[in-house]
Ligand binder design. Sequence first.
Ligand code: SAH
Length: 697
Amino acid sequence: MKTFCGRANPTTGSMEWLEEGEDYDYHQEIARSRYADMLHDKDRNVKYYQGIRAAVSRVKERGEKAIVLDIGTGTGLLSMMAASAGADFCYAIEVFKPMANAAVKIVEKNGFSDRIKVINKHSTEVTVGPDGDMQCRANILVTELFDTELIGEGALPTYEHAHKYLVQEGCEAVPHRATVYVQLVESRRMWSWKKLFPLHVEAEDGEKILVPPSEMENCPGVPSVCDIQLNQMPSSDFSTLSDVVTMFSVDFSKPVQSASTYYRVQLESVKSGKAQIVLSWWDIDMDPSGMINCTMAPYWVKPTSALQWRDHWMQCVYFLPREEPVLQGEKLYLTACRDEYSVWYSLQKAREGENKADEEEHKADVCVESPVCRCRAHLLWNRPRFGELNDQSRTRQYIKSLRKVLKTDSVCLCISDGSLLPVLAHYLGAKQVQCMQPSSMDLYYPHELWQTFFKANNLEDKIKIIEARPELLKPSHLEDKKISVLVGEPFFTTSLLPWHNLYFWYARTAVSPHLASNVTVLPQSASLHMMIVEFQDLWRIRSPCGICEGFDVQTMDDMIKDSLNFRESREAEPHPLWEYPCKSLSDPQEVLTFDFTKTVPEHCLSTEGSVKLLRKGKSHGAVLWMEYHLAADISVSTGLMQLSDEKGSCEWNPHCKQAVYFFSSVIESEILSDPTAVTYAINFDTKTGEIAMDFKL
Ligand code: SAH
């Protein structure tokens, strides 16, 4: 079987569909999966084990045989826990074939083959009866089918089906119950991920304010969940307007309904402010009494308890459809609507002297429809991109450098996706401004959005959108003029890794015939930077587990290692490092530069060298990012913003993902008079636009 995988080509900025072998997909799935992270989640594992033991005991005390159904067994871990706890038989269901095969091996290696039957099926395909997959219905239901939003991986329909067809009435369930919590907050930082703020520009002829069109102001945004490591959000970046309240719970031991519904709670604001965001997380009780509880609550909720780091379950940020001013002590209703797989929120104010009948009436204005972007901006810009466009200090750098290079007779072409640079260039006095948005053209053409955007700002005839790719640019597109200033952020929607935005260089090369001989290119150059780091936690996602709660899961470790080494090319992966703290062990180092004043060379750009490890710590990997040199003395970094103090703590650009290359083995460096060095070889292949790297520790 062949699969087609979509991948952006960094030399053309377009999506290409490559034919891959059968193995490709599953190696990707395994290598990038969260299985390792789950196996390292001690808190989760310990509590599941406790809950399973308690459930098996309760069934045994009733004098029944303990028959377990484990839906989504993965490595087989929860079934092995049940078997060790004395369960008579376990049906371990796993839909993903490579995992089901791994589960068979792991179960065998741990000596449970006689009591655990692995079934490679989706749970809804499982049959019960003398000739079925299961001999009889189970009386213990164990699952771990939750994502950060709780229900996003289909837990509700799976439970609904299991209660109808696979388990006995009155069965024990581990977990027994899940509860979703919410807290209303105001946060300029998080709100800037959903909305475009007015942009102020000091122009020659006075201050200009770029405003979003009203369609954008009132747009509910996109339905996809915004899940983040909320524990990395400093308390100075938001202000809580309500207490933490319980939004809804699900009892997994009873029949579950997956059909769309809504829940509503009354809140009283504890502070006056602007209600913008609903922060949410959940906990699961492994037993009916609630004594064994596993929570995703962020740091400010239970400041005394130790936080378990995990990446497979984080916290959710929901954006209210509109910002709502609230007064301290004001009564509010918060409504959570959900369908089978997702949740969304709205806020209503309680009216004076409200009674039950009015409340019924309220139900009519509850948002039953899941949010759909009407303004199209939320399709063009994802949340980090909104944040980036709203970053005033970044915008100031671009304004400062545009001011340096623009003249009144400038003919300016901007090449970047969904960029505001053309508007800035116009405000700052360029005579003629046109723009190209090469990658977003493939995905979705944002022409209409720009028309409304320009209209709202009286810019309709000021900026021209060229609907052609750079290689197809014709003199007529430019009114037969040569480009005197070529600008880019650069930013392209198809970029995954930092250097994929070097597509700007390829585009610049393609439009060369249209450039004036004295053209200014902004940025004039880019550089790739690198630093060796010790991660506080992120290392777990790539680290072998070995033994998990007494069970040998090395088969899984080997499988992940194989998939990572698939095609013998280990690759760097994108991670937003503001969410994943690390400590620098070396100085940041510039490793390659790319000169945008020239065209892309034919030959590869390579470099070799070594980095000294200056601090004590474990070298988990190298972090790489790009810096753009806009004009003389003005640069922007998509990676390290600041390296503070002697301890090597780092501040990362909060809007960008950096590239992380995990070393296959970790070395511990001591403070040495003769520091250890890591040698590297990095190669930028100008034919493919990809960077390959190799490190020796
Ligand atoms: N139980 C394991 C793994 C949990 S990950 C552990 O706790 O460590 C969830 C697994 O469930 C994934 O492997 C996924 O492929 C599988 N899965 C999800 N829904 C399923 C369903 N309805 N039927 C069978 N497998 C399912």
